[in-house]
Design a protein around this ligand. Sequence first.
Ligand SMILES: [Zn+2]
Length: 320
Amino acid sequence: MQLVRQKGKLRAYRARATLAALVVAALGSGCAAEGPGGAPSPTGTATGRSAQKGPQAQGAQKPEAAGPAEALSAYVEKVRRSQKARAAAAKKWGLAQTPLAAPPPPDAKPEITTRKGFEVEGGEGLPPVFTTVPTKEKIVFLTIDDGAEKDPELLRMMSELQIPYSAFLSDYVINDDYGYFEKMRDRGVALHNHTLNHPYLPGLSYSEQKREICGQQDKLEKRYGTRPRLMRPPYGNYNKDTLRVAAKCGIEAVPLWAAEAFPDHMEWREWDRDLHPGDIILTHFRGKEEWKGSMPDMIRRVMKTVTAKGYAVARLEDYV
Ligand SMILES: [Zn+2]
């Protein structure tokens, strides 16, 4: 039994190697018909272990004892079905185009170093601070901060569209409804640290920062069962103490962002005002009172930009 499973895994692994080309062939016309844009994009071809994650991922663990060709065609069929469901969801939720499927995650995570100009003096060996994940794939990552707005529509929308995202949570805005983020976690979303009270960290002493960061580590672990590996400092501001404290209580990386999404526009860090492979996109849990739209409005807007530029949204935790 164990051996059969191992063989199946190996087969699945080998199948992945030739996947991109075969999926292109298999999906070809179907894909083109699904998006209003028509032509299948290069990133629309490879697809989704990310799509298989979550509660519906069971099929992936039980490879059938069929030949490689059958295994592959079963996989292609699965991808096709998944993309078809996504096209229907895109229509339902009013997206301009069907989101592109992300390629399978890398077998090994890339080595991430601190972005040039973002180093702290003597910060070698501390968690890296970066705005873009090193990759050649046309993928970006979606991260949502704070946690004030708790829109149940967002949970449904993202699950149906199969768009991965990561949440960076501050206790002072989530503490009126921890259950919302429990539902989010149950849908496969990773919950990360954004401090207890969202302070300007460089203005705090080492021990005050420790309370803010490690205190939130403890809270999130207690509430949601997993100790976060990622932390984002409020406003993107940090100093050496921030990174030292973070490392001490289990933080491995400090992802900032390359672009920020709003319901009516994007803001860019780079001079070219464009997306790049591996860019991290920041947005917030906000409602109509705080900005010009709902959470679904914001998602429609950011996905319009991401998909039109030929990018797929991948799962940050597969790369970091
Ligand atoms: Zn924030």
